[in-house]
Design a protein around this ligand. Structure first.
Ligand SMILES: [Zn+2]
Length: 494
């Protein structure tokens, strides 16, 4: 790996103003040659210009971070290798810092710049877009179906019993390959399912239409990269496409509800307490769980809690050690940078930020329990923002009366005796989220004042997210806001 990429990887804790961003990037670029040539260092006005061209994401509370530094350096390399700012912005759109570094690693100068977009202008755009949208919806239904079958012990076999939705998706993807003059991939259902761990972008899928600005599913993943579980986006898409499959069962909500039923009148309160404990403790221990249950007289929920955790498994370990993310508490995973680990929770502020294994928090594995994959993906990950909002509201000041998951999950957090309802969303695509909300906002409907708070990481990966969401969602009674902005708003209330 080049010295520039290595140095970039070591700046993960960097934070600064626009001027500091300019000078830090210049320091990196000016001193380290790229592929034998010296790059021009960016001036302040170049940085401002890149910012408005969408090459650099908006600042977070007027501060720039490592992700912005990576975006600026990668943008300088791409533009100076012959890309237009527009094509560089398109290539960089919705890539995480580690993915951007990966983009540079595979980037071999101007010759390879446009291989990903063969013949985009000669195909029938509307038809390609329709095929792509249909293919993705069918894939979502097929994956959820496949996941359900796998849970009941049936293996994925490419035979007449293959999910009709997966078959339909494969046909449409083959048509798209033909339209774009590419070889038709016929490696079967296994390869397709494995491919679904990658974000829907031209670079990963080889299908140019996925990068089109009117592609509603650009950048989303259908399967979680680490656990291969259907993502929340995949589940939403499957539901929108009329899938009959009961995903509540798969996401452990059904088990949690029946555990709470045993508590009669206390059911709702027990529901909130159990979800809160699990979200706050992606890693726990039998002793900690026992103490928690007996302190709230909830011993009846012990079998349910046992079903949510497992002992440490090999895939939880990095170089033989269990490392805990300092931000969200989940087990860390291997990073693309050697000798480093990173958080694998997409909603976490430390997602994909490499930390040297030696300086990460190590947890002794004896008597330790880790939340099972589906609990980590569906509860702990999205729950980080829910807990942060709840903690902000209940801190003193402002000392508000707040409830987590009130009335068994009518919304994520309610305030002021249920006059305000807040739901947190971390969908990768504002288009997909708008489609979901246009169909149904669930229990949030019951609250006179409704907030939908969007995860800040999701916002930083998709330029113009909130504006697109406000435009595409036909609900005028919902206030859309960044999680960080809502927390600031709560702090000023009393
Ligand atoms: Zn984390």
């Amino acid at each position: 790996m080049s010295a520039l990429l290595l140095r970039l990887g070591s700046h993960k804790a960097w934070e600064g103003s626009l001027d500091e961003l300019t000078s830090t990037a210049s320091g990196l670029i000016g001193t380290l040659p790229w592929q034998g040539q010296t790059l021009r260092t960016p001036s302040r006005s170049v940085v401002v210009d890149y910012r408005s061209a969408g090459l650099i994401a908006p600042a977070i509370r007027k501060r720039y971070q490592w992700a912005h530094l990576v975006q600026l350096v990668v943008a300088c390399v791409l533009v100076q290798s012959g890309h237009s700012r527009k094509s560089a912005a398109k290539r960089m759109q919705s890539l995480d810092p580690a993915e951007l570094i990966g983009l540079l690693m595979e980037h071999n100068g101007p010759g390879s710049a446009d291989t990903v977009e063969p013949g985009i202008s000669t195909v029938d755009h509307a038809r390609a877009l329709r095929l792509a949208h249909e293919a993705v919806c069918l894939l979502a239904v097929g994956l959820v179906d496949h996941f359900q079958r796998a849970r009941s012990g049936r293996l994925l076999v490419h035979d007449p019993a293959l999910s009709p939705a997966l078959r339909g998706a494969m046909l449409r993807l083959a048509s798209l390959h033909v339209m774009f003059g590419m070889l038709v991939r016929s490696d079967g259902a296994h390869t397709l399912v494995a491919q679904c761990r990658h974000a829907l972008r031209a670079r990963e899928w080889g299908i140019p239409i996925f990068d089109s600005p009117d592609c509603r599913f650009h950048g989303i993943r259908l399967l979680d990269g680490r656990t291969c579980l259907p993502t929340i986006e995949c589940i939403d898409l499957a539901r929108q496409s009329g899938s009959e499959i009961d995903l509540n069962e798969q996401q452990a909500f059904a088990q949690l509800n029946s555990a709470c039923d045993q508590f009669g009148m206390r059911g709702s309160d027990v529901y909130s307490k159990l979800r809160e404990f699990i979200t706050r403790h992606p890693i726990s221990s039998p002793t900690e769980i026992r103490r928690f249950l007996s302190a709230s007289s909830m011993q009846l929920a012990a079998p349910f809690m046992a079903s949510c955790y497992e002992s440490v498994q090999p895939h939880h370990l990095v170089n033989g050690a269990l490392l805990r993310c300092a931000t969200c508490g989940a087990p860390m995973a291997n990073s693309v940078i050697e000798g480093h680990a990173c958080c694998a929770v997409r909603q976490c502020g430390a997602f994909d930020v490499p930390v040297p294994c030696g300086s990460a928090r190590q947890v002794p594995v004896q008597d330790v329990l880790v939340a099972k994959s589906h609990i980590l993906v569906y509860w702990c990950g999205p729950g980080q923002d829910e807990i942060a909002l709840y903690d902000t509201a209940t801190a003193n000041p402002p000392g508000l009366v707040a409830t987590l998951y009130p009335g068994r999950d009518k919304c994520d957090v309610s305030l002021d005796n249920e006059t305000i309802g807040i739901d947190v969303k971390s969908h990768a695509s504002p288009f997909l989220l708008a489609d979901t909300l246009n169909r149904n906002v669930g229990g949030l409907e019951l609250f006179p004042k409704k907030y939908i708070a969007i995860n800040d990481q999701a916002l930083s990966r998709f330029p113009g997210y909130l504006d697109i969401l406000r435009r595409e969602c036909n609900r005028t009674d919902i206030e859309f806001i960044a999680v960080s902005a809502l927390r600031r708003k709560l702090r000023t209330r009393s």
